[in-house]
Design a protein around this ligand. Structure first.
Ligand SMILES: NC(=O)c1ccc[n+]([C@@H]2O[C@H](COP(=O)([O-])OP(=O)(O)OC[C@H]3O[C@@H](n4cnc5c(N)ncnc54)[C@H](O)[C@@H]3O)[C@@H](O)[C@H]2O)c1
Length: 342
């Protein structure tokens, strides 16, 4: 019998990843939950045999092997923990939580239940990221001393919940930066983090002065063991001159490797290795990378995979994000204190 998966949240990404899992032919869409009738109707086009359930609680009571979570970010950790405690495996959209404590709770629940938990950090399985990491690991780039990555989205999210920190955990840093920080730390094979600093802006103003707004521009500097530094910038609604500007590079003493999106695309990427003024193309589009983590989850489920402690390393990303957000919150408090005293 094929593993039975419940799909919780059937918005754009939920449906896309459901299709990716079903295309493997290995798993069954057994149940759907989404308060939006429109989203459920769209999901039923992909999985007409799936049962539509009234709530997540009903899903927890069902005979399922796994739950695929693609709800607003505030719900991810809580829903993941509840499903894992019921003995179900979980495929969770990023971010795993709004902060380190939530993400840690989900990983701990997976460990306790010894159930498969995977997060959809989809870029890791792209041809460009795989090619770059292979080149880094080959040792031919020498000592990698710096990495800088950026992700600027000229639009920003079109759903209101992304702009409410209670529902999203934050702005562009937790939405887009989470991918970049993960790629950089994964690329460098999870070095120990030494210091983190960052700055957040909203509509061109430092966030500390912007009330309850979430950031639409973020930059982070992460110094890691071995005298190496990662720099990250990301944004929503930036005047990027195209839909998106996404790219980055790892710089080594004997060479480097870099990637960038093609013609502003969110999906098409090129990667190259570079030495001095010469370059070698590592990969070109097309590459249908977005569905791979979901397909891999379906394959792992069939193989009976259990808790994978590798995911604990991803918690480092939340250490970075928490430190930046905490710093900003402190700045806001200081700002309020200064005004109150004036
Ligand atoms: N891995 C990636 O690269 C990637 C890409 C896009 C989005 N995401 C993440 O996926 C998540 C969803 O993003 P989206 O753009 O699809 O958002 P969305 O708003 O389109 O979808 C969320 C869906 O969840 C439903 N929902 C809300 N509350 C629910 C509940 N209690 N139970 C069940 N369903 C509920 C909504 O009705 C909606 O259909 C976000 O956390 C986002 O960060 C990840």
């Amino acid at each position: 019998m094929r593993p039975r998966i419940g799909f919780l949240g059937t918005g754009w990404i939920g449906r896309h990843r459901m299709q990716a899992m079903l295309d493997t032919g290995l798993v069954e869409a057994a149940a759907l939950v989404d308060p939006s009738e429109e989203c459920v109707a769209e999901a039923r086009r992909i999985a007409p045999e799936a049962k539509v359930l009234p709530s997540f609680e009903a899903m927890l009571e069902s005979d399922l092997d796994a739950v695929a979570i693609a709800t607003p970010s505030a719900l991810h950790a809580e829903q993941a923990v509840a499903a894992l405690e019921r003995g179900m495996a979980v495929f969770c959209q990023k971010p795993l939580g709004r902060n380190l404590a939530e993400a840690k709770g989900a990983i701990e629940a997976a460990r306790q239940a010894d159930r498969l938990l995977a997060v959809d950090l989809s870029y890791r399985r792209s041809a460009f990221a795989q090619a770059m990491v292979q080149r880094i690991r080959s040792g031919t780039l020498g000592h990698i001393f710096a990495a800088d990555l950026h992700f600027h989205n000229a639009y920003g999210p079109d759903k209101p919940w992304f702009y409410d920190a209670e529902l999203s955990g934050g702005g562009c840093l937790i939405d887009l930066g989470v991918h970049l920080i993960d790629l950089a730390l994964w690329g460098l094979d999870w070095p120990e983090i030494e210091t983190v600093s960052g700055r957040l802006f909203s509509k061109g103003q430092p966030l500390a002065n912007s009330g309850t707004a979430v950031e639409d521009y973020a930059l982070a500097r992460i110094d890691v063991a071995g005298g190496r530094t990662i720099t990250i910038t990301c944004s929503w609604h930036l005047h990027a001159g195209q839909d998106a500007s996404i790219g980055g590079a790892f710089h080594g003493t004997d060479g480097g490797t870099a990637f960038r999106n093609v013609d502003g695309s969110f999906y098409d990427f090129k990667a190259q290795a570079q030495a001095g003024t010469s370059r070698e193309i590592l990969c070109d589009p097309p590459d249908d990378w977005g569905r791979r983590e979901a397909a891999h989850f379906a394959e792992s489920l069939v193989k009976g995979a259990r808790f994978d402690p590798e995911w604990e390393r991803h918690l480092q990303v939340f250490h970075v994000i928490d430190r930046i957000y905490r710093g900003e919150r402190q700045a806001r408090t200081d700002e309020c204190g200064a005004s109150a005293g004036a």
